[in-house]
Design a binder for this molecule. Structure first.
Ligand SMILES: NC(=O)c1ccc[n+]([C@@H]2O[C@H](COP(=O)([O-])OP(=O)(O)OC[C@H]3O[C@@H](n4cnc5c(N)ncnc54)[C@H](O)[C@@H]3O)[C@@H](O)[C@H]2O)c1
Length: 325
């Protein structure tokens, strides 16, 4: 990162995950020092292995709920990227501690460690899931009251509230990003990978949760990271929030059609489980107002349909994941 004081030593929670591992690559390219802190619950050390102990990357396998370890590990850093979280939304309904622990309590621990070391800057990966079923579409950052419909969305909203209060009370500066659906190589969750896995098991039939009519904005992981860099460099509020995603969206039945086409399949029997929602807590209709980011000069490089196709091709090994930066 160039415009704020240099050099920057980055601390990334969840840095071995899907988005985190792409971020590590991006920071390595610009020669910054990086510490990844991850318990590998959904991340993979392999994804960053080739950078560890060279390229200025240190890896600590530990849990954000381990306050001593977290506080010790964070010493000596200038900027915290807090990406670590439970990201399995349906699982949060079956194990109701998952989100409150790995999102909210973990965020409180991260904030306490930041405070202990007097670190001044925090970038937080929030989510459009905190809009719940937005009464007005596209949902903008000023929408409210916010009524999340998943424990994940609720836990992330609580994270934003904690971050806001810590910024006000303890002089921390934060950039919070409400991501749409981020897609690309190494995705471990989400509908595209789910469809591919099901079709690899049985290429004749595809079970689609819900009625397939729901629509979501999908955008590429490299756009997500560039969007964060853009807002971080160009804005200076004490605590700010940005929608990050495309303004277009893709219906779930169209995701299925794209995946089927990219897998070279035909005559696949589509079996809908029915109902508007794919699963309890799923938001069937989402469009994001990304005008705040557009004013800063950022917009997604592809439509949602194009991003779905590119991500499917990357997951299928037909196209390499693009280097960011
Ligand atoms: N991918 C998306 O579409 C999307 C959308 C909105 C928000 N987000 C947010 O972006 C961030 C990154 O998501 P992702 O898609 O890369 O998912 P991911 O599951 O690949 O990454 C999450 C990382 O956090 C780590 N982690 C989880 N709990 C931990 C704990 N208690 N201690 C230490 N590490 C822990 C996991 O091992 C994993 O590496 C998350 O905060 C997520 O909520 C992602």
């Amino acid at each position: 990162m160039s415009s704020k004081s240099e050099p920057v030593r980055h601390f990334i929670t969840g840095g071995a995950g899907f988005i985190g591992s792409h971020l590590v690559e991006r920071l390595v390219v610009q020669g910054d020092k990086v510490t990844v802190y991850d318990n590998l619950s959904s991340g993979h050390k392999d994804w960053i292995q080739h950078h560890i102990d060279k390229d200025g990357v240190r890896f600590i396998e530990a849990d954000m709920l381990d306050m001593d370890s977290l506080t010790q590990a964070m010493a000596g850093h200038d900027l915290v990227w807090h990406l670590g979280a439970n990201t399995d939304i349906p699982a949060g309904r079956l194990d109701v501690g998952l989100d409150i622990n790995n999102c909210t309590l973990a965020t409180h621990n991260v904030l306490e460690a930041i405070r202990a070391h007097g670190i001044k800057r925090l970038i937080f990966s929030s989510t459009s899931a905190l809009y719940g079923d937005p009464p007005v579409l596209p949902a903008s950052e000023t929408a409210g009251p916010l009524r999340p419909i998943s424990l994940y969305g609720a836990a992330k909203l609580a994270c934003e509230a904690l971050i806001s209060a810590y910024c006000h009370l303890f002089g921390i500066q934060a950039w919070m990003f409400r991501f749409a659906n981020v897609v690309g190589a190494r995705m471990t969750h989400g509908v595209i990978g789910d469809f591919i896995a099901k079709l690899e098991r049985n290429p004749h039939e595809l079970e689609i949760w819900g009625d397939g009519q729901g629509q979501k904005p999908f955008f590429l992981v490299e756009d997500c990271i560039e969007g964060i860099f853009c807002a971080y460099r160009k804005t200076d509020e004490w605590c700010d929030v940005f929608n990050l995603g495309t303004t277009t969206a893709t219906r779930i039945h169209n995701v299925a059609a794209i995946v089927i086409e990219e897998m070279g399949l035909a005559d696949v029997d589509l079996k809908y489980t029915g109902g508007r929602r794919g699963f309890p807590g799923d938001v069937p209709e989402l469009l994001l107002d990304a005008s705040k980011m557009k004013l800063l000069g950022w917009q997604a490089s592809h439509t949602s349909d194009e991003a779905v196709r590119i991500a499917a091709r990357r997951l299928l090994g037909k196209e390499a994941g693009l280097k960011v930066g």
